[in-house]
Write a protein that binds this ligand. Structure first.
Ligand SMILES: [Zn+2]
Ligand SMILES: [Zn+2]
Length: 145
């Protein structure tokens, strides 16, 4: 267990969310696995530990988390929703091979883009995504060659 349970509990109670055992486990999993998992990935990992849990519970829990800004929903694959606990402004890199989504922090020179007009729009945050082959898959390919 990498993330402190007390800290997770506080994160929920601070937002007036009842810290049930299932909710705590789901949030802990999200904090410990920063690959932006899907409902299925979370369910498959936790069902052994919590046999009474259903996929609907996972889905509903994530809905509550998302409404309370505990997680962000990401839809960059176009086919599935992925969940992110990093709520700071950042970018994503989707590996086309292993489908992992990595957080990327590109430091823009704030003065250059933030609070400037771009095509008449005022930019306040930058979100975005990149697609390609991740460093781990590149490494695996090298070993095969
Ligand atoms: Zn990859
Ligand atoms: Zn992210």
């Amino acid at each position: 267990m990498i993330t402190n349970m007390k800290h997770i509990k506080k994160e929920l109670t601070d937002k007036n969310i009842k810290p049930t055992y299932q909710r705590l486990c789901i949030l802990e999993y999200l904090h410990d696995n920063l690959v932006h998992p899907t409902v299925d990935m979370i369910y498959n990992k936790l069902v052994d530990r919590i046999p009474t849990m259903s996929k609907t519970t996972v889905y509903n829990t994530l809905k509550i988390f998302s409404e309370n800004n505990i997680v962000n929903e990401i839809t960059i694959t176009g086919t599935e929703t992925r969940y992110d606990t990093n709520c700071k402004s950042h970018q994503h890199f989707l590996c086309k091979k292993c489908k992992k989504i990595y957080d990327i922090n590109i430091t823009y020179q704030d003065s250059e883009i933030i609070n400037k007009d771009i095509f008449g729009h005022k930019v306040q945050e930058i979100h975005g995504y990149f697609k390609g082959i991740c460093k781990q898959c590149l490494e695996n390919d090298k070993i095969k060659d």
